[in-house]
Design a protein around this ligand. Structure first.
Ligand code: GRF
Length: 187
């Protein structure tokens, strides 16, 4: 049995997709959802999906107690699915190559602090890029800088807007993130 924790801050569409993807898989369990944002719609999703929810404050998140709490869950992988806080080094060190993130652009471009949500797509469209995509990568101490596991591409149209691009990226995320997770926990 492989044990996952999914960290979220927002809508939770990736959480939803991952949970549905593994629903009938007896070898994978999502043991909890960790959320830092009391207004996140992901909270409703976790409840409906029947996954235990752990709301965290910033102080808790950076505490040694939180690391111990996570250790007790015996996790195989931590998945950041739209989680917006920086991961403390102590947590990264406790889970080498066991924390993965999805970023809605082709890193190393359009990554780092401030590049999240629609800001990413706005910047990509403004720069008239021919392509954008998603990057699934390991998490290290620098925002959006860890080793890349997978990238998937989409072409921009001449009339592309941040909204239409967001929809394309969303489709890539839904298609690739669960499969990448399945691959990582098998290997
Ligand atoms: C996704 O676009 C992901 O790439 C980024 O944050 C967004 C999360 O969306 N890191 P959701 O909360 O899963 O709907």
């Amino acid at each position: 049995m492989k044990r996952l924790s999914i960290f979220v801050s927002g809508n939770g569409t990736n959480l939803q997709r991952i949970a549905e993807y593994f629903k009938d898989n007896n070898d994978v369990e999502i043991v909890n959802v960790v959320c830092n944002n009391p207004n996140a719609y992901a909270i409703e999703r976790a409840k409906k999906l029947g996954i235990p929810l752990r709301m965290i404050t910033r102080q808790e998140f950076n505490s040694p107690e939180f690391i111990r709490e996570m250790a007790a869950l015996q996790l195989d992988l931590i998945v950041l699915a739209g989680f917006l806080w920086k991961i403390p080094s102590s947590l990264i060190q406790a889970y080498p190559k066991k924390i993965v993130n999805i970023h809605p652009a082709l890193l190393p471009k359009y990554g780092g602090k401030g590049f999240y949500g629609e800001h990413v797509h706005e910047a990509v469209v403004a720069a008239k890029e021919a392509f954008s995509g998603i990057t699934i990568h390991y998490v290290n101490e620098i925002y959006d800088n860890g080793e890349i596991i997978l990238q998937a591409y989409t072409a921009l149209d001449e009339k592309e807007t941040p909204d239409t691009l967001a929809a394309k990226i969303h489709q890539l995320e839904q298609a690739y993130f669960p499969v990448a997770i399945a691959f990582l926990i098998k290997n």
